[in-house]
Write a protein that binds this ligand. Structure first.
Ligand SMILES: C[S@@+](CC[C@H](N)C(=O)[O-])C[C@H]1O[C@@H](n2cnc3c(N)ncnc32)[C@H](O)[C@@H]1O
Length: 210
């Protein structure tokens, strides 16, 4: 295990500690809101948690599935992360200590990923050291774009991910400590799907403002 994997291995307990102490968390592409509910289950105050999801149906199904429409204190918004000027984001900018991009990055091209990180930085508390952007995505040992794919979606290895953040850093004039690694988590390459590629991996990342 590399030092990076070791330090990211305790990401969840570190996240829990800071959220229980009052930090605010946004889950972009939250789908059913399962990660938010897990945090509440583990003791985080729901008031400090927001989920943003492109597809309103997922939010509704989440409430139905968990049966907590009247009790869950977290907030959900229907929003497209690529449309940072949409009114729905206005009250959310500059509000968060942690932004999660959970299994969403690989849906976007390199250029869109730059936009997603620029937007994530706007959602974080401005100028505050220690705020972070965390997540996982479908990665690739060789790092590659999918030219056949209409959107040219990009899958990273640790090096290409660091290049992406370097570009974001230069563009935004902000500095970040980047940890990134790829592994075989989430059964990401188990040969069960016809489109499985032996170079597919899970990308894990933690990007902290310094
Ligand atoms: C693969 S799912 C991951 C769900 C969850 N974060 C997880 O880790 O299990 C990707 C989610 O991102 C949402 N999504 C896709 N494009 C989006 C966008 N532009 N803005 C916000 N959410 C988006 C999808 O609707 C879907 O719920």
């Amino acid at each position: 295990m590399t030092p990076e994997e070791q330090s990211m291995g305790d990401l969840y307990p570190r996240l829990l500690d800071r959220l229980k102490a009052g930090d605010r968390f946004l889950d972009v592409g939250c789908c059913l809101g399962q990660d938010i509910r897990k945090l509440v289950y583990d003791g985080v105050p729901g008031e400090n948690l927001v989920g943003a999801e492109l597809n309103a149906g997922f939010i509704d199904v989440g409430y139905e599935l968990f049966g907590d429409r009247d009790t869950l204190r977290a907030q959900f918004v229907v929003a497209n992360v690529l449309e940072e000027d949409a009114p729905v984001w206005k009250d959310l900018h500059s509000q968060f200590d942690v932004v999660q991009l959970g299994m969403i990055l690989h849906l976007f091209s390199w250029e869109e990923q730059v936009k997603v990180f620029e937007h994530a930085i706007k959602l974080l508390k401005p100028g505050k050291k220690g705020v972070s952007i965390i997540g996982q995505a479908v990665g690739h040992l060789l790092s590659e774009a999918h030219p056949a794919n209409r959107k040219n979606t990009f899958r990273h290895n640790a090096e290409s991910f660091k290049r992406l953040i370097d570009q974001v850093s230069t563009k935004t004039g902000t500095q970040w400590k980047v940890e990134a690694s790829v592994d075989e988590g989430l059964s990401i390459y188990d040969g069960k799907r016809t489109w499985d590629d032996p170079n597919t991996r899970r990308l894990l990342f933690e990007v902290e403002r310094v």
